[in-house]
Design a protein around this ligand. Structure first.
Ligand code: FES
Ligand code: FES
Length: 209
């Protein structure tokens, strides 16, 4: 018998139909394979939910939390990682709008992979770009910084393969950093730090003094 409610008489409750039990099947995610190399280490093979974005995979599965979720819509580029292509080129990919499975079989670098570390995993030497960003006080809150480090690193690596003339340096740096949004520093100090690296690192500018 159904228990009477506060507004039901025992007789009415007795004649009420029994509550329908709704079977709720367990939620099943479609999964996709993922094997990748991250900062030099092979990860996987694993199965990941089909809709899992790469930023969430990095944060929640690998505990690599340095890549920043900014807009989450592909606009600010705070979340980019570097993909190392088989032909020796490198490129930025936004992880907030790219599924983890897209990276299956690829080699990537995250912000955690730039500095040199000792056997205990402690940072012992920053990359030249990271060092210059510090020296130029390029960032304040630092939320955008992993994206800028990755963008500038991709630029430096491209210039090693394809140096530009001194006249092309400014527009080349501007184009390389242009997609990255920083709400704090107004970009100038990032730009100046990258320019110093470009102008002083051998082989990046054809007619450098
Ligand atoms: S968080 Fe990915 S583009 Fe903004
Ligand atoms: S340093 Fe704060 S968003 Fe760039």
């Amino acid at each position: 018998m159904t228990a009477p409610t506060q507004t039901q008489t025992p007789a009415a409750a007795a004649s009420a139909p029994a509550a329908t039990v709704v079977e709720r099947p367990l939620t099943h995610f479609r999964t996709l394979p993922l094997s990748i190399k991250v900062n030099g280490e092979i990860v996987g093979p694993a199965e990941v939910p089909a809709g899992l974005m790469m930023i969430d995979y990095l944060h929640e599965y690998l505990h690599l939390t340095g890549s920043r979720l900014g807009c989450g819509q592909g606009v600010c580029h705070a979340c980019v990682v570097i993909v190392d292509n088989p032909d020796g080129t490198s490129e930025e990919v936004r992880t907030c709008i790219t599924g983890a499975n897209f990276f299956h079989g690829k080699t990537i670098r995250t912000i955690e992979g730039h500095a040199k570390r000792n056997e205990a995993g402690e940072v012992v030497e920053l990359s030249p770009l990271q060092q210059k960003f510090l020296e130029h006080f390029s960032f304040q809150c630092g939320y955008c910084t992993p994206g800028f480090v990755n963008a500038a690193t991709v630029l430096i690596e491209r210039l090693k393969r394809q140096p530009v003339t001194k006249d092309e340096v400014e527009e080349t740096i501007t184009a390389a950093l242009n997609d990255h949004i920083c709400r704090c520093t107004g970009y100038v100090r990032y730009y100046e730090a990258v320019k110093e690296v470009v102008m002083t690192m051998p082989g990046l500018v054809k007619d450098a003094a």
